[in-house]
Write a protein that binds this ligand. Structure first.
Ligand SMILES: Nc1ncnc2c1ncn2[C@@H]1O[C@H](COP(=O)(O)OP(=O)(O)O)[C@@H](O)[C@H]1O
Ligand SMILES: CC(=O)OP(=O)(O)O
Ligand SMILES: [Mg+2]
Length: 426
């Protein structure tokens, strides 16, 4: 993205924008969205006007701003985590002032992974809500503490601005009762030990754009969000009816460094062997999945290269990822009673044609056939159909945009007054 010339910038009218933040353990992803209509076509147009990522937020990391269309910039950062956040946010503000000088940030919206049973719709965050959300941190230790640290840091950077929380779990509030239950005593269910489901902002985005492209978007849709975290969601009428992640973001598919579904007997066994809670948590969240099985890394690109160069462990990790995808897809297709549409998204779903081909092959018995050329040509740049002309099931590759959904939620909560505040005087 190139910076507008000063004269051109001066001529631009102030435009209200929502800054969307997705804070992770070592990265902070951000994007700036103007107000736009909520139609499927406008959603699909990807209208964010500044976006990027801040890397290296953990102490000792190399703090770097990677903004869309620009070379990465190294930042001079201290060792203290709060200082690093603040330096990173000042850089973000400078970047926004350069590439989108017309933007006037009127609110900040955060992706917050766990909303529990209580937060089933976006809210304007206040101290009481933040305290209750902090209690959910043990259920999403890889995400929730960082999400909330992001809220605190943005509060310091933009004092007085409304901060909106958008919950990954909220899209799954529509799950049928049975789908939320584990086969455990009722008392535990009543205490909140149940399936919640995650990646909800991504699934909501897919369900909002798809109707502009497919007349069958309201039918039985299987969505595969395959990124560092990976899950599946089955939807009918645009609403979640089944999903693979559960109480935490550990369940279901094999992931970059997470195990996915695991016999709980394994955890008991490790405890008996003397593993501590912290060691088990690290194993399941950070040392398993593609990384654990391959012993090489969690990134599918790296594993594809290693497998092509003859690495047996990389090949096994990919095979297991695909096998688990086959098993879980079959389970959700059974819950849906068949498929009308399959949607692939997330870093792997958008970019890895071989994984998509394997998934389609696994679901061929349900009528899924892809067009190999269309599949190879789909690189995650835009929404593309990849099914063969005679496929009974449509297959789409859709680049997801969780930020767009969070921005929409902020606009809806803040009403028209937020936009009016940024109109140029006179
Ligand atoms: N070109 C690509 N080919 C294959 N896999 C890719 C490609 N680009 C990204 N990925 C995979 O996607 C993952 C990141 O997915 P993404 O959805 O961006 O993750 P997250 O938002 O959870 O950090 C990477 O770890 C890698 O496995
Ligand atoms: C919930 C989850 O796993 O998120 P991510 O894929 O961003 O890690
Ligand atoms: Mg993600």
């Amino acid at each position: 993205m190139s910076a507008p010339q000063p004269q051109a910038a001066a001529a631009l009218a102030a435009q209200a924008a929502v800054l969307v933040v997705n804070a992770g353990s070592s990265t902070l992803k951000f994007a700036l969205y103007p107000r736009s209509g909520d139609s499927a076509a406008e959603f699909a147009a990807h209208p964010s006007f500044a976006s990027g990522q801040l890397d290296g937020l953990q102490p000792g990391g190399r703090l770097q701003l990677c903004a869309a269309g620009e070379a990465p910039v190294d930042l001079d950062a201290g060792q203290d985590e709060d200082d690093r956040f603040d330096v990173a946010l000042q850089a973000l503000q400078r970047h926004v002032a350069t590439v989108a000088p017309q933007a006037r940030i009127v609110a900040v919206a955060h992706r917050i992974v766990h909303g529990g049973g209580e937060f089933v719709a976006p809210i304007v965050l206040d101290d009481a809500a933040l305290q209750r959300l902090a209690r959910l941190a043990p259920l999403a230790p890889l995400h929730q503490p960082h999400n909330l640290a992001g809220v605190a840091a943005l509060g310091r950077a933009f004092p007085g601005l409304a901060q909106v929380g958008c919950f990954d779990t909220a899209f799954h509030a529509s799950l049928p009762d049975l789908e939320t239950r584990f086969a455990l005593p009722q008392v535990l269910h009543d205490e909140g030990i149940r399936r919640y489901g995650f990646h909800g902002l991504s699934y909501q985005y897919l369900m909002q754009v798809l109707p502009a492209f497919s007349a069958r978007a309201g039918g039985r849709v299987l969505m595969a969000h395959l990124g560092s975290g990976a899950s599946l969601c089955g939807a009918v009428g645009g609403r979640s009816v089944a999903t693979t992640m559960g109480f935490s973001a550990l369940d279901g598919l094999m992931m970059g460094s997470r195990s996915g579904a695991l016999d709980p007997g394994v955890v008991l066994h490790l405890w008996r062997l003397g593993w501590t809670e912290a060691q088990v948590e690290k194993l399941l969240y950070k040392e398993s999945g593609l990384l654990g099985v391959s012993g090489l890394g969690s990134d599918m690109r790296l594993l594809r290269r290693a497998a092509a160069a003859g690495s047996e462990t990389a090949g096994r990790a990919i095979d297991l990822f695909v096998h688990r995808l086959r098993r879980e897809s079959g389970a959700l297709a059974a819950v849906l009673g068949g498929l009308d549409v399959l949607v692939c998204t997330g870093g792997i779903g958008e970019h890895d044609a071989a994984t998509r081909a394997a998934m389609a092959e696994a679901l061929h018995f349900l009528g899924v056939t892809i067009d190999p050329q269309a599949n190879a040509a789909a690189t995650g740049d835009t929404i593309r159909p990849i099914h063969a002309a005679d496929s009974a099931v449509e297959v789409w590759v859709v680049p997801t945009d969780e930020g767009r959904v969070a921005a929409q939620a902020a606009w809806a909560l803040l009403g028209t007054s937020a936009g009016d505040a940024a109109e140029p005087p006179g």
